[in-house]
Structures are given as structure tokens and as C-alpha cells.
Design a protein around this ligand. Structure first.
Ligand code: SAH
Length: 339
């Protein structure tokens, strides 16, 4: 059985043609799916014979919300979803002035091992399929009754460690016959898998790229992020410069501030030197507490002083407004579960 939410429109066209149906049927089915229909009987402009054939070969996979937590302060909702095989993943719905956004997970678990992040505690269970990523959005739209116009791929998992499915997901949500979410309304965040950065720049130059930096020397970054041993700063930063030059797009560098590790004035100065002249901006995130990590956060005040220092040195910087902290929905707090 094929989960039709796993298919891009092109793939769906091949699928219906293999069934001996005309290609345009795919567009009709695709349209219904992203209007939220999960039952072929509701696809009223399809011939009954075709609907019956579809039912034999395919289904529209969903993710089941097991738990929905609503923030008391800011309209954020955290979803715990159950996948078909029992794996549990989380997503976060956020309200911004410019519209609604969803933070989706790209893997069940994660194997990158960042020491401050809860998502990687139990390692990687498996990659999510394109349908499982898009279904996180569909279920949140159904629950809130609101349209979601922005996506950040910043939930559990390393999206560049699941690149094939990520790219199919991007094509699915961008398709004008379905959700029609502009590539520029999507942001993908990576811990820095260098070879994929180049590929991503070639294939999705319109999608926003965020890089988790968090350290200004290999020693500091490596102490928090094992990926730095494979792709140290001397490799990562030139790849980022090349990306901005080739695409003309600004990179967002995420910088999670950890007390006593990467939060000194010298760190700010080194950071500004590292990024000097690059088309980029820095997004400071005061560390969110993860019980087992042993790392300590910094005050909002310290984050702002650090940001000011960067600004003085010519770097464009913002301090991330944390949404959903009261429901453990903030960065690095999403976890893998099983049921
Ligand atoms: N694997 C991707 C996607 C995760 S995005 C990546 O690494 O970019 C989530 C962002 O939150 C990343 O920048 C991550 O480093 C950061 N993060 C993880 N744990 C955090 C924590 N406890 N506090 C603040 N930020 C955290």
C-alpha cells in the first residue's frame, strides 16, 4: 500500500498512469489530499471505478495526535503524534504577527549527539517519510482550524541526514495544486553537514537556511557538537560563504548561549570575526533547560549584552523570542518516545 502523502505531484502522476488512468487525475487527488480529505469517497469528482482502484493500492496516511499541550502565555501548541509503527514524534504550532508557523520533526530521534539537546538522547530510531513530515502540518491545521503559512524544519532530527525525504517534502508543500507554501516561507536548520549544504543551495536556493553554530572555536563547538569533528569550522564556514555567494541568500546562524561555555565577550568578538563580510544574521537562543544535559543557561540580559557586542562589530543579530517554554516546546526540548 502506498501512502499518497509520501508522493510529490510528479510521483503521483506516475502512480496513476501506472494504474492506467490519465495523468490529470493525479492533480485532482493531490488537490483533495491537501484540502484535508483522507477518504477517497469524499473526492467527489473522481469516477467511482477509479476511487475503488485507488482504495486497493493506496491510502492517505495521517499522524495521530495523542496529546496536545497549549501554552497559557502565547498560543503555542505542542503536539505529540503517534506514527503508524508506534514511534512518537513532536511538532510545535506557533502564532506570529505574520501568520501561523509550524516546527516539524524530520526524524524519529537523532544521531547527531549534540550534548545540550533532548532530541538526540536516545539516538536515531528512523527517518520520517515525506508524508509523515507533511502530516504534522495537516494535523495541526485540522486541530486549530487555521491555515499554516510558514514551516521551520527545526523539530527533532537532522533534516540533512534525511535529505531525500526532506526534498520530497519541500516539493509537496510548495506545490501550487496543494498547500502552495512558498519556498521563502520555509526554513531548514542543520547542525552543519557540509556536503549537503552545497547540494541544498543548488536544489532549493529559495528555501531559508539556518546553521546551528553555537561555538567559535573547534574546541568549544566540538565540546558540544560531535558533528564538528567531522566538519570543523575551517570547512563549515567557507561552505557557508560559498552558499551565500552562489544563492545570494542570507544564512541564519543559530547561537545557543550556554553559561560559561560560549558566552564571553571574547566569544562575541570571535564570532563577529568568523562571520565578517558574510551575508548572514545571528539568532541568539539562551539555552533551554534539558534536565540531563548539565549545561546552564544565561540570563536574557546577558544574551542582550552579547547581541549588542556583535552589533557593535557589524553583525546583524536578534535574540530569539522563546515560545512555548511553559510546555517544554522550546528549541532542544522535543524528544523521541515509543508506544
Ligand atoms: N538538527 C537541526 C535541527 C534542530 S533545530 C539543527 O541542529 O540545526 C533546533 C535548534 O535548537 C538548533 O539550533 C539546536 O542546536 C538548538 N537547540 C538544541 N537544544 C537546545 C537547547 N537545549 N536550548 C536552546 N537551543 C537548543
Amino acid at each position: 500500500m502506498t501512502n499518497l502523502r509520501d508522493l510529490t505531484l510528479k510521483e503521483m502522476e506516475n502512480f496513476v498512469q501506472e494504474m492506467g488512468e490519465p495523468k490529470f487525475r493525479a492533480k485532482q487527488v493531490f488537490g483533495w489530499i491537501y484540502k484535508g480529505k483522507t477518504d477517497f469517497r469524499e473526492m467527489t469528482n473522481l469516477p467511482e471505478v477509479f476511487r475503488n482502484k485507488l482504495k486497493e493500492k493506496a491510502y492517505i496516511g495521517t499522524v495521530e495526535p495523542l496529546k496536545i499541550q497549549k501554552s497559557k502565555t502565547d498560543g503555542t501548541r505542542k503536539y505529540l503524534y503517534r506514527l503508524e509503527d508506534g514511534n512518537l514524534i513532536e511538532s510545535v504550532f506557533m502564532k506570529y504577527k505574520y501568520g501561523n508557523s509550524i516546527c516539524v520533526s524530520s526524524q524519529a530521534g537523532c544521531r547527531m549527539g549534540c550534548r545540550f539537546c533532548a532530541s538526540t538522547r536516545n539516538g536515531l530510531e528512523r527517518n520520517l517519510t515525506p508524508g509523515e513530515i507533511v502530516s504534522q502540518l495537516m494535523a495541526a491545521e485540522a486541530d486549530t482550524g487555521e491555515r499554516i503559512g510558514h514551516i521551520v524544519v527545526m523539530g527533532t532530527g537532522e533534516p540533512f541526514d534525511n535529505y531525500e525525504n526532506l526534498s520530497r517534502f519541500l516539493n509537496i508543500v510548495n506545490d501550487s495544486n496543494g498547500l502552495n507554501i512558498g519556498m521563502r516561507n520555509i526554513t531548514v536548520s542543520t547542525c552543519g553537514l557540509v556536503p549537503v549544504i552545497e547540494k541544498f543551495g543548488d536544489e532549493f536556493p529559495q528555501v531559508n537556511l539556518a546553521i546551528s553554530l553555537h561555538g567559535t572555536t573547534d574546541k568549544i563547538r566540538g565540546s558540544m557538537m560531535p558533528v564538528n569533528n567531522k566538519y570543523p569550522l575551517g570547512v563549515l564556514i567557507p561552505a557557508c560563504r560559498e552558499y551565500t555567494q552562489k544563492t545570494g541568500r542570507r544564512i541564519t546562524f543559530e547561537y545557543t548561549m550556554v553559561n560559561g561555555v560560549n558566552d564571553s565577550d571574547e566569544d562575541a568578538v570571535r564570532l563577529s570575526k568568523l562571520l565578517k563580510g558574510m551575508l548572514c544574521h545571528v539568532n541568539i537562543i539562551p539555552l533551554n533547560k534539558v534536565a540531563e544535559s548539565g549545561f546552564d543557561t544565561v540570563s536574557r540580559k546577558r544574551a542582550e549584552v552579547f547581541a549588542k557586542l556583535l552589533e557593535i562589530h557589524g553583525i546583524v543579530v536578534t535574540v530569539r523570542r522563546e515560545l512555548g517554554a511553559d510546555i517544554d516546546a522550546a528549541c532542544g526540548q522535543l524528544r523521541l518516545g515509543r508506544q
